[in-house]
Design a protein around this ligand. Structure first.
Ligand code: IPM
Ligand code: MN
Length: 357
């Protein structure tokens, strides 16, 4: 019996999460596993009523679950930063979800904004460090509000933090078993402390993975190659800030925020899965938002629970409807409503042989 914490959150979060849960119910019957869900009401609405983001008690309770399924955090009436830091980042840090895993895969080449790219050209995974770097929040103001003001924002990189992320990425490249190539994405030519540590650690760990080819790309060049030669990439490992930036570009080349999912992973603890597109307030309650990113996040969640066949079945159903049914991946243009897209995925889950053995 899996215990899944569900945090629908703000905006279109609840709508997309409910389609994911629809798919979960169906796939659990096909693959014969049991689960229970417990809902957490963290988000902008509750914050506006109570001033609470996510409480320490809630964090403690989350630690007792097998996984967390998140919709979206962000509310137009709440000052930017409060919910992001108070809920999303607090949970990532408190549960030590030190990996942010973001697959970039094109399911239908007609939804790719790049010219002449096929589905097989866009199929890579970004392993983003998720607990350190600029996100650590270290820094200070000096001479605040004077004409001599200085603002420091420090990128905090520990050998242990960098190494565990790089190790995860090597293991992932091995398990993924595709091009077996790991690219370190950094900025060694300018950020000579942080990226020296990353590069040295990368080179050392690489010696233990002689089956994995290694490569290095500066972050600026990486964005260029995402557009020009995305087919070069297999697995990319990078720090928190660069990972944040390049995965939005990754989402665009795979067809947009409607399909992009990610996992905040603690390999030894509780992981949290989310569509990466945000709360999309203007589409809220209209039954037009694309739930596929949330459904892909569910597939990642199942994979981490160890339900690999169920995870693959969900992803395959998504691929099938993206290839054969949807007119677009954008909100309001899919040719189907949010709930209809969820129904289509549920209806296309394939029962595999040997499932009940
Ligand atoms: C993301 C988001 C978050 C981040 C924000 C909302 C704090 O952009 O998950 O990529 O910067 O990590
Ligand atoms: Mn982001």
């Amino acid at each position: 019996m899996y215990k899944i914490a569900v945090m629908p959150g703000d905006g279109t979060g609840p709508e997309v999460v409910s389609e994911g849960l629809k798919v979960l119910e169906k796939v659990s019957k096909i693959y014969g596993f049991k689960y229970e869900t417990v809902s957490f009401d963290c988000g902008g609405e509750r914050y506006l009523k109570t001033g609470k983001t996510i409480t320490d008690e809630e964090i403690e309770r989350l630690k007792t679950f097998d996984a967390i399924y998140l919709g979206a955090i962000g509310h137009p009436d709440v000052k930017p930063g409060i919910l992001e830091q108070g809920i999303l980042l607090k949970t990532r840090f408190a549960l030590d979800q030190y990996i942010n895993l973001r697959p970039v895969r094109l399911y239908n080449d007609s939804f790719c904004p790049l010219k002449d790219k096929k589905e097989s050209d866009i199929d890579f995974v970004v392993v983003r460090e998720n607990s350190e770097g600029l996100y650590k929040g270290m820094g200070e103001f000096q001479a605040k509000n004077t004409k001599d003001e200085v603002a420091l924002q420090i990128s905090y990189n520990t050998r242990k933090g960098v190494e565990r992320c790089i190790r995860y990425a090597f293991e992932y490249a091995r398990k993924r078993n595709k091009k077996k190539t790991l690219t370190l994405c950094g900025k060694t030519n300018v950020l000579t402390y942080a990226w020296d540590l990353w590069q040295r650690t990368f080179n050392e760990v690489a010696r233990e993975y002689s089956d994995i080819k290694t490569d290095y790309a500066h972050v600026d060049a990486t964005t260029m190659w995402f557009v020009k030669n995305p087919e070069w990439f297999d697995v990319i490992v990078t720090d928190n800030m660069f990972g944040d930036i390049i995965t939005d570009l990754g989402a665009m080349i795979q067809g947009g925020m409607g399909i992009a999912a990610g996992g905040n992973i603690n390999p030894q603890g509780v992981s949290m899965f989310e569509p990466i597109g945000g709360s999309a307030p203007k589409y809220t309650g209209k039954n037009v938002i694309n739930p596929l990113a949330a459904i892909c996040a569910l597939s990642m969640l199942l994979d981490v629970l160890g339900e690999e066949k169920a995870a693959a079945s969900v992803e395959n159903a998504v691929i099938k409807i993206v290839k054969t049914k949807l007119k677009s991946l954008a909100a309001g243009k899919m040719g189907y409503s949010t709930t209809e897209v969820g129904d289509l995925v549920a209806a296309n889950l394939v029962e595999k042989e040997h499932v009940f053995e």
